[in-house]
Design a protein around this ligand. Structure first.
Ligand SMILES: [Zn+2]
Length: 215
């Protein structure tokens, strides 16, 4: 366990000490027994295999390094110097506390200096960071930091809105509650007008006051 964690933390280059597929499937059988059922029951025989394959999809973000591909894919702005906003990028993630789904939307804004990036690349950026075990605050900050690093824009704004199934289906059982997190960098942090322009574009004007997260 410690090995896996430290290898993951070491990031790119370090090969995490992954368990085998068979070990992962055995872990699922253990959880099925923990839930109170019998993994040898016919309806459950293929379940460990399916769960492990689902994990490959839900957590595929560990295999990608968005800095690298964004660096290869930016384009010149052609003189465009207004705020770019992409809103309602749906994401599906899992909270790192309960491994329960977090489902929501991310809105991204940036004021380009001389580089822009295609819409599909921004959506892909969200996908890479969301397909990991996450907390929403960290994911929001990671998306903003990556864009800032690669595009070196005048500013970046990222807002995420999501519902956390660890909160709606267990524990306090609060349905209809969504969490909003934001990260404002550069002009979006320093100029209220630019920030308001972004918040108005995503339909959140006035909703976020000082909750800008630190840079
Ligand atoms: Zn949770």
């Amino acid at each position: 366990m410690d090995k896996i964690v430290s290898a993951k933390r070491a990031g790119k280059g370090a090969e995490p000490a992954r368990p085998t597929r068979e070990q992962a499937e055995e872990a699922v059988r253990t959880l099925i027994r923990w839930a109170g059922d019998d993994p040898r029951r016919e309806g459950l025989l293929a379940t460990p295999g399916r769960v492990v394959r689902a994990y490959e999809e839900w957590f595929s973000g560990y295999n990608d390094h968005p800095h690298d591909y964004l660096k290869r894919t930016f384009e010149e702005t052609g003189g465009y110097d207004e705020v770019v906003v992409l809103r309602d990028i749906r994401f599906e993630s899992h909270c790192e506390h309960h491994m329960a789904p977090i489902i929501g939307r991310v809105h991204i804004g940036y004021l380009p200096r001389n580089r822009v990036v295609g819409i599909s690349k921004l959506a892909r950026l969200v996908e890479v960071y969301s397909r990991r075990l996450q907390i929403q605050e960290k994911m929001t900050a990671e998306i903003a930091a990556c864009l800032e690093d690669v595009l070196k824009p005048h500013g970046v704004a990222v807002v995420a809105e999501a519902t956390h199934q660890c909160m709606t289906t267990r524990g306090v059982h609060k349905t209809g509650v969504s969490m909003v997190t934001s990260r404002m960098l550069g002009v979006f942090r320093d100029h209220a007008e630019t920030r308001q322009e972004f918040l108005a574009a995503i339909g959140l004007r006035g909703a976020i006051h000082s909750a800008n997260g630190g840079g």
